[in-house]
Ligand binder design. Sequence first.
Ligand code: NAP
Length: 331
Amino acid sequence: MTRLAGPLDTLLDRTIAPGYTRLGLAVRRRLPTWPGELPRLDGRTVLVTGPTSGIGEAAATDLAVLGARVLLLARNPDKAAATQARIQRAVTAADASRTADVAVVRCDISSLASVREAVDQIEEQDEHVDVLVHNAGAMPGERTVTDEGFELAFATNVLGPFLLTALLEDRLKADAPSRVITVSSGGMYAQKLDADDLQHEDRSYSGVSVYARNKRAQVVLGELWAERLRGTGVVIHTMHPGWADTPGVEDALPGFQKLTKRVLRTPAEGADTIVWLAAATAPLSTTGGFWQDRRERPTHYAPWTREAQADRAKLWRTCAELAGVDAPVPA
Ligand SMILES: NC(=O)c1ccc[n+]([C@@H]2O[C@H](COP(=O)([O-])OP(=O)(O)OC[C@H]3O[C@@H](n4cnc5c(N)ncnc54)[C@H](OP(=O)(O)O)[C@@H]3O)[C@@H](O)[C@H]2O)c1
């Protein structure tokens, strides 16, 4: 069985539909090659963006159950308070002698000003950052511009997270070994990086395509951050959760959600690889990879999706310039 486990896992990956559903995870979990290790996280601090529903809340909950102090970076205080209460209940339900160590930091990730304020608060509170999880995501149906003048999907999925990593870079280095995990999407396989039109000004707007291009940009930026931080003890991972039944999917893709509901993963199943990347020992010895179901995956299947070096550099330069970050393109 061990000999067949690798090829079977790869087959699930290439056939997409079975691999992305709950079936794929159920099969992989039974393989002898499944890396089951999930150490406790007592004494560690984990920041999670977009923790108020779906995959982010599931990840934050599981990380708190493992003993981590969890900072919920959320834009909506009422939703954040409700999530905080649910996490408290989950931690106590798992172990009646424990209470969760969970706090809220206000952060609208699509706003550079809000990201700066959130980091100010984190610094004032002298928080450690052992793990940063970029999970917040958006797929607007039409082109929308933020108060700061950025296209909303790009601001939420790419620019805000870029600034957050940059502002926490020194903290992450000081707290090394530390990890940055970005929740991308399998949808990025269908898109090539378009560094010339990152804010989608030059063509008709398709929410699904824009989202997938943002998710491609997240993977490229993950590789570049990994180069910049190589040797510092800060590792960078991007991952995709497969297809999970979340409020986000129901809202943005109601037809898909209805059609596939019975085979969609639960939010916790979607969050499984985030939690493993945050807690396990193995992910500390590698950086810059793209993961699904606790295994590194290719970043391209179709040759036409491969981007030129010049476009990778342009993506980085544009993000740094727009975010006001002084950081040369990683070599
Ligand atoms: N579900 C899937 O099958 C799937 C597949 C591939 C990738 N993903 C990725 O997984 C991540 C989580 O998605 P989900 O399916 O769990 O969706 P979800 O239930 O809609 O959760 C999205 C989270 O992001 C937050 N958020 C959105 N915009 C924000 C902003 N400007 N500032 C701060 N927080 C913001 C939301 O906060 P509010 O509660 O305030 O709205 C919510 O907490 C996303 O990055 C998504 O692209 C999901």
